[in-house]
Design a protein around this ligand. Structure first.
Ligand code: FAD
Length: 459
């Protein structure tokens, strides 16, 4: 019997246990399904996966096919229907895969088990700490990050990454390997890349390693990560590893391993520690999703208490399109819509603004991020949204004073001007509050509120 590796958001050949096992076990091939449910229109009226992430996904799958010597079968359809059928036709007796922790993905695994007659072998592979190495059972996970972090730092260790298999055989005879679809085939509109993006993000494992080598070893940017991580403009204020991590083109374990290598070869400081610290946040959200299940998507989140909120479609639209009249919010939202990326500082602010200032249902914001983000990750996205909307893990109220944040993190208004050309002439004094300009100043700087740039939403 032949072996099949089922790929989902683990699109790499290095540090990939199911692939290593399948290669060692005998004749094998791999499969990826473009699941139409991932590209369907959500109840909020936009696609679950927007064009920017879909393009990155296609690039990632295409590069994976190259790394697998062409031995990646591609299907468009539901995995739980396509894969058992493929297995029956081509004689695959075992399916190897990385298991998931959230409802939609678990249901697919369960349905696959019902339809597939052979053996299914799953292993965890998305986190930094292997679940077996945690000092607590998942259901005993502390609800406060700091307690989790201190416990794992003290009592757990990060395993070493696996190398890629030495040799991967080419396509097996008699199987239709299928084509990688384009955006139109998935019902999405093509979108040109915006040159203002922090990076021209390209999908694939090699690109992930190129970025890692640049950020750590060539530009040495990690050396100052702790100081620069709240930046807004440019490629190197933070690692930008997230799109590749979210698609599994590189594992968190491999990144951690490279940080340790950097520490040995170059310098070990608070910045290198902080990179590990952020990867522990990522683990925390994933283990928390495991613990809390669907509460992650409920209006009251894991706290269970539903906050004051409304489903105001027009307010939501202004927020999503970057037309709230609050420049810092609008600049971030336009960056997201045009490029699929937004800094962590921006994400915190716009999430707090939507859910706490505008009091719009935070789940609409999380769903918009899901559609738009190139680095969308179910646990990190919904977990962070809940956190910033008072229904997540933080016992404190995470309300951001957006104008104060704008003045602190974009003191000269360079970021706002980068994304809102209408405000290009406005001096730093007024850039974050253009409505405060006198009529003469508005004329002088070419911005009339309500004409060239919207009046601020009523809070
Ligand atoms: C409302 C909101 C939604 C978010 N949605 C996502 C999402 O869908 N996918 C996603 O990967 N991140 C998400 N984040 C977390 C964070 O903003 C991004 O991981 C980070 O901005 C990505 O940029 P970077 O890779 O340069 O990060 P760096 O600052 O270089 O950090 C390195 C890595 O650490 C991890 N990390 C850093 N901060 C966080 C965090 N707060 N939570 C979880 N992991 C973190 C990421 O994997 C990141 O790639 C969200 C944050 C907020 C506030």
């Amino acid at each position: 019997m032949k072996h099949l590796v089922w790929y989902r958001n683990d699109l790499r050949i290095r540090d990939h246990l199911p692939l290593t096992k399948a290669v060692a076990a005998g004749t094998m091939a791999a499969v990826y399904c473009f699941d139409p449910r991932h590209f369907a229109i959500t109840r909020y009226g936009f696609p679950k996966t927007g064009s920017i992430r879909a393009r990155f996904l296609m690039e990632s799958v295409s590069r994976l096919r190259e790394s697998l010597n062409g031995n990646l079968i591609v299907r468009i359809g539901k995995p739980e229907e396509e894969i058992p059928q493929l297995a029956a036709e081509a004689g695959f007796g075992t399916i190897w895969y990385h298991r998931e922790v959230t409802q939609e993905e678990i249901l697919v695994e369960q349905d696959m088990k019902k339809a597939f007659e052979g053996e299914m072998v799953s292993v965890p592979g998305h986190t930094l700490y292997h679940p077996d190495d945690l000092p607590m059972r998942p259901r005993e996970l502390p609800d406060v990050f700091t307690r989790f972090r201190k416990q794992v730092e003290k009592e757990s260790r990060v395993r070493k990454p696996l190398p890629a298999p030495d040799r991967i055989e080419g396509p097996l005879p008699g199987i239709d390997y299928g084509d990688i679809p384009d955006l139109e085939e998935l019902g999405l509109k093509p979108l040109a890349k915006d040159p203002r993006s922090v990076l021209p993000f390209e999908g694939g494992e090699e690109k992930a390693w190129e970025r890692l080598n640049h950020y750590m070893f060539k530009s040495d940017s990690i050396r100052n990560y702790r100081q620069t991580r709240n930046g807004l403009l440019g490629a190197d204020y933070s690692s930008k590893f997230s799109p590749w991590l979210a698609h599994g083109s590189i594992s968190a374990v491999s990144i951690y391993d490279q940080v340790e290598r950097y520490e040995e070869e170059k310098v070990k400081n608070e910045s290198t520690y902080w990179m590990k610290f952020e990867l522990i946040w990522r683990d925390f959200f994933r283990f928390s999703a495991m613990k809390h299940g669907n509460a992650l998507f409920h209006p009251g989140g894991i706290q269970g208490e539903i906050p004051q909120m409304k489903s105001d479609a027009e307010l939501f639209r202004r927020w999503a399109d970057g037309e709230t009249g609050i420049p810092f919010v609008d600049a971030n939202m336009r960056e997201l819509k045009q490029t699929g990326f937004m800094s962590n500082r921006g994400r915190q602010n716009v999430a707090s603004f939507l859910s706490q200032d505008l009091q719009v249902d935070w789940r609409m914001g999380a769903a918009w991020f899901e559609s738009m983000l190139i680095d969308y990750d179910v646990a990190s996205n919904w977990g962070n949204w809940a956190y910033n909307s008072t229904v997540g893990h933080d016992p404190r109220n995470r309300k951001f004073h957006v104008t104060g944040q704008a003045k602190r993190y974009d003191p000269k208004g360079e970021y706002v001007r980068h994304w809102i050309p209408e405000l290009a002439m406005v001096p730093a004094e007024f850039i974050h509050e253009p409505w405060k300009m006198s009529p003469e100043q508005k004329t002088l700087f070419g911005v009339h509120i309500g004409r060239e740039y919207p009046a601020p939403v009523q809070l």
